[in-house]
Design a protein around this ligand. Structure first.
Ligand code: FAD
Length: 461
């Protein structure tokens, strides 16, 4: 077993680069495993400035994978206290009508909306309370020597570089990871990074003058349109935080919406009922930054038992399946298991990459596909019928028929296994629909039970 102690019982030292969602949670896991942990983060302490940058305080949907990892380190209850449950999607159609689509048929088929800044502050606090964990804010990674391994960091406001030696370096420094660049430099591997030609901007639906929510609070709100997509997550203060996704270019892109009339006109035309919900639309649209969305598929994630990547540094995905953070938290859990099970660190880190990468590559595909689904299909009658069929089959044979969305969001079935099982289910559904209708549904339930007997192995390592 590889632990935070040497064979002579000395405490090992881990350095974590990045105190975002993945890095702060990884610090909790590593401390529990007995490591002395130093976390270097280029930003200021989030507990001192919890509000974050205006227009960059996005909410995140926490689901089963993330919840499992948080439960493992005893933080789930604290996180849920700060969240708002989302029981389904409210789809606002371009004609101004709305339709509620539940996230599933079971009581626990819900997501939890959390503010990113609040969540990071909570995780940093929890890690900081563990013996042996030290956070160093305002420190940027400049150099990684992957073989020693050592990291060299410099204060962001100037000052001298410091070089720190470690037994294990964990790169949790996000989609544009410097750790990744220096880990992979000169090694055989592959790297692909795709920046979407759509970006996003944060807007707010404030509570009404009486302090009540202007729309149903316990749901994710979606305004689908081929020209633009908006989603809104609920907050505990009865407001909702929206992410408006638009192409950068073209007639309805960010560049074209350059006057108050154009901005208002776009919302009035494609998301008509949102006009009354966004009193600060123009002010927020013009003052908030436009974020980019990136997918990263890369290898290697690790080197010689000394350096490993987790979270967006290893596998950034578009946010349209709401899984980036959940997958990052699942990484922390799987890495912990690999360290627990493998006798040497090199084996543990290699097992981590081998276990995780096929599934996070699948997640990248799912997230890209869901962009089109949310934007173009979620409000169409065909999508609604398919989701009714899924619900009916789930009720008929709940163990046997599990829709893909349910497997991804509400279970910890590894992503690639979920997709393979969904394909088998789809083939059965197609066969049943083309066969004798009444007998088909019964046969389908029986056959699906057989599919279910090929049990999943769980998140692995
Ligand atoms: C609009 C949007 C909506 C999303 N919604 C969801 C959702 O609903 N559910 C979900 O699961 N996921 C969601 N995600 C994805 C989620 O935000 C990311 O997957 C998650 O933040 C990844 O965490 P991370 O810690 O790996 O990276 P990050 O959050 O990027 O953290 C990296 C940290 O490293 C620090 N850093 C970077 N470089 C250095 C350096 N050189 N030295 C020191 N520190 C450094 C950064 O300052 C940062 O604090 C969404 C993303 C977006 C953009």
């Amino acid at each position: 077993m590889s632990s935070g102690r040497t064979p002579r019982g000395q405490q090992q030292r881990a350095v974590v680069v990045g105190a975002g969602l993945a890095g702060s949670l990884a610090a909790c896991f590593l401390a529990r495993r007995g490591y002395q942990v130093d976390v270097f983060e280029r930003r200021a302490d989030p507990r001192a400035a919890p509000a974050g940058v205006a227009g960059r305080s996005i909410n995140l949907g926490l689901s089963a994978r993330g919840m499992r990892a948080l439960r493992d380190v005893g933080l789930l209850d604290e996180v849920l206290k700060r969240s708002v449950p989302m029981r389904g999607r409210v789809v606002h159609r371009p004609d101004g009508t709305v339709r509620f689509q539940p996230y599933g048929v079971a009581e626990h088929h819900i997501l939890h909306s959390v503010l990113r800044d609040e969540l990071i502050a909570l995780l940093v606090d929890a890690a900081d309370a563990q013996p042996g964990v030290r956070f160093h804010f305002g420190r940027r990674l400049e150099l990684l020597d992957r073989d020693s391994p050592t990291v060299t960091v410099r204060p962001v406001d100037g000052g001298d570089r410091v070089t720190v030696a470690a037994d294990l370096v964990v790169g949790a420094d996000g989609a544009f990871s410097a750790t990744r660049r220096m880990l992979q430099h000169g090694l055989r591997g592959s790297h692909s990074q795709t920046v979407l030609d759509w970006g996003y901007k944060e807007l707010t639906i404030p509570p009404d003058p009486q302090g009540r929510p202007r729309v149903r609070l316990e749901a994710l709100h979606v305004w689908p349109a081929e020209q633009g997509l908006m989603v809104a997550h609920p907050n505990r203060d009865a407001s909702l935080t929206c992410s408006l996704f638009l192409p950068f270019d073209g007639p309805t892109g960010f560049t074209a919406l350059d006057t108050p009339a154009a901005i208002r006109g776009f919302i009035a035309r494609y998301m008509p009922d949102a006009t009354a919900l966004l009193p600060r639309l123009v002010e927020e649209f013009t003052s908030h930054p436009t974020g980019e969305l990136v997918t990263v598929r890369t290898t290697p994630w690790q080197h010689a038992g000394r350096v490993v990547l987790i979270g967006d540094a290893a596998h950034a995905v578009y946010p349209f399946y709401g899984q980036g953070m959940n997958a990052a938290f699942e990484d922390c859990l799987v890495l912990d298991r690999c360290l627990a099970r493998e006798p040497d660190p090199a084996g543990a880190l290699a097992a981590f990459e081998a276990t995780r990468r096929p599934h996070t590559d699948t997640l990248a595909e799912l997230s890209t596909r869901n962009f089109v689904e949310l934007r173009d299909r979620v409000h169409r009658p065909g999508y609604h019928l398919r989701s009714l069929a899924d619900q009916a089959l789930t009720r008929l044979a709940p163990e046997a028929w599990v829709p893909l969305y349910t497997m991804v969001a509400h279970t910890t079935t590894p992503y690639a296994e979920a997709v393979a099982r969904a394909k088998r289910q789809d083939r059965l559904l197609a066969a049943a629909l083309t066969g004798a209708a009444a007998a088909g549904v019964t046969a389908l339930a029986g056959a699906a039970r057989a599919v279910a007997r090929r049990r999943s192995r769980g998140p692995g390592c």
